[in-house]
Design a protein around this ligand. Structure first.
Ligand code: ADP
Length: 189
């Protein structure tokens, strides 16, 4: 199963990706997690990404496209993968199309988790309060506002992009976790 999980910050992509990993035996590829790991490891890419992420902006396309392209070649991705947080704009979506074409792979579906902004803000505030070891650098009011702005301006157009390709499945991301995963399973079957 090769999927994209699409949705705003705090929509539950990470939570649902973990459930899908167990259900389908495919791996979650979260560009946010990968960039945070690079930042923690202090690599050049990580250092570059860290300040951009902290203010809620997007890291340059060539960085994330390169990370994903390398990661998809790892043996564990042969069983399938769930892209979480990538692509985040049309240029990344086009780069992904080219990359998959070159690797002779294709997507099974793009699942959109639809959640209202007001709910996202309260979810992320809750996540910031509950995160062990302190909140993520970008889980604060200013960065969150910026992340939502970036989502609406740059990522939301992907709903139309994949809708036109006929691969988009939209699920209500405001229901309980179990209900959302049930709806995703139904949309994929
Ligand atoms: P969330 O979905 O909760 O905003 P993520 O962990 O997916 O969190 O992403 C955190 C940050 O990592 C983003 O705000 C951005 O700076 C960076 N990032 C993650 N994925 C991408 C991407 N595909 N393109 C550019 N930047 C990205």
């Amino acid at each position: 199963m090769k999927l994209i999980l699409l949705g705003p910050p705090g929509a539950g992509k990470g939570t649902q990706a973990k459930i899908l990993e167990d259900k389908f035996g495919c791996v979650q590829l979260s560009t946010g997690d990968m960039l945070r790991a690079a930042a923690a490891a202090g690599t050049d890419v990580g250092k570059q990404a860290e300040t951009i992420m902290a203010r809620g902006d997007l890291v340059p396309d060539e960085i994330v496209v390169g990370i994903i392209s390398d990661r998809v070649d790892e043996p564990d991705c042969a069983k399938g993968f769930i892209l979480d947080g990538f692509p985040r704009n049309v240029a990344q979506a086009e780069a992904l199309d080219n990359m998959l074409g070159e690797k002779d792979l294709s997507l099974d579906a793009v699942v959109e988790l639809a959640v209202d902004d007001a709910i996202l803000v309260s979810r992320i505030e809750k996540r910031a309060a509950e995160t062990e070891g302190g909140p993520r650098a970008d889980d604060n009011v200013d960065a969150l506002r910026k992340r939502l702005e970036v989502y609406h301006a740059q990522t939301a157009p992907l709903i139309g992009y994949y809708g036109e390709k006929g691969v988009l499945k939209t699920v209500d991301g405001m229901a309980d976790i179990d209900e959302v995963s049930g709806e995703i399973a139904a949309a994929l079957s």
